[in-house]
Design a protein around this ligand. Structure first.
Ligand code: SF4
Length: 279
């Protein structure tokens, strides 16, 4: 199956609305140091095309009664997408079939598809974890620089596509000092911010050790993930919330058990703010 009901390992802390996962690619070459897809996808940082993708996708579209979230276990705009244009072709199919879409990406390639997105019930969520290019190159080695992501955000916003920003993950000692600065930087282009603290798994915690003093914290196991102590997590989230309030942005937290007032955590409520005129 290509389109599946979103189920984040049945986490009780998940506040996501009913939605469907769809990843045009298997694996993700952004190779983020904190990524946990390596815990369930073999060769996770190597991108593969899915067999017979478009025919299968069209066959499964009838299932979607809410919206598609693209993607939750890869990035729909991996560097390979520049040539392959697979995500672009999927967007065309969604557009023709009036399927609502939430795009989640770390790449500025998304701005290439502004011509399609302008006429779709779609919202885009761009992940920005740091404004420091050097830091980004360490934690998200193959993803476009923060500056490129900001420029993409600006272009999408200028074209009327509603955007949110994922400040995810917040890693103490790596990017926590930048929280207010990041919210300031995106505040003119985004309507909503969703924040999440680092939640490594067994495999990603090994990679994190290269950049973070993981032994410093008393991690709390929650399902397959390790959580930072609650007081620390909530202090970090409070700072994001306060910065959002300053700019009049809606705020949510992702799988934290932290109360928020935004209409959705993932920014999908922004899809409904679109008004598409029939052509
Ligand atoms: S972009 Fe997302 S899926 Fe891809 S490596 Fe980074 S965290 Fe993993």
């Amino acid at each position: 199956m290509l389109i599946t009901p979103f189920d984040p390992w049945k986490s009780k802390l998940c506040t996501c609305p009913k939605k469907y996962s769809f990843s045009p690619y298997t694996g993700c070459s952004h190779a983020c140091i904190y990524c946990y897809i390596t815990s369930y996808i073999p060769n996770a940082f190597k991108v593969r095309l899915k067999k017979d993708l478009f025919r299968r996708l069209k066959k499964e579209l009838h299932k979607v009664d809410t919206f598609i979230s693209m993607s939750n276990s890869s990035d729909p705009y991996v560097p390979e997408e520049r040539d392959f244009k697979v995500t672009r072709k999927c967007l065309r199919i969604f557009k023709e079939n009036k399927i609502k879409v939430l795009i989640i990406t770390k790449s500025d390639i998304v701005a290439r598809d502004v011509d399609l997105l302008k006429d779709m019930m779609a919202a885009v969520s761009i992940t920005i974890t740091t404004l420091d290019n050097k830091k980004a190159a360490v934690i998200e080695p193959n993803a476009p620089s923060p500056l490129k992501r900001l420029k993409a955000l600006e272009k999408l916003h200028r074209n009327g596509i509603p955007c949110s920003v994922r400040l995810d993950p917040i890693i103490p000692g790596i990017n926590d000092e930048e929280i207010e600065e990041i919210v300031d930087a995106v505040s003119s282009y985004a309507n909503h911010i969703v924040a999440s603290t680092i939640k490594p798994r067994n495999d990603s915690i090994k990679r994190l050790k290269k950049v973070m003093n993981v032994e410093k914290y008393e991690w709390i196991r929650y399902g397959n993930s390790f959580y930072l102590p609650k007081d620390l997590r909530f202090d970090l989230l409070k700072r994001v919330e306060k910065a959002c309030r300053k700019h009049g942005l809606s705020f949510a937290a992702c799988r934290e058990g932290y109360k928020f007032k935004a209409k959705s955590c993932d920014g999908s409520h922004l899809i409904e703010t679109r008004v598409i005129k029939d052509k």
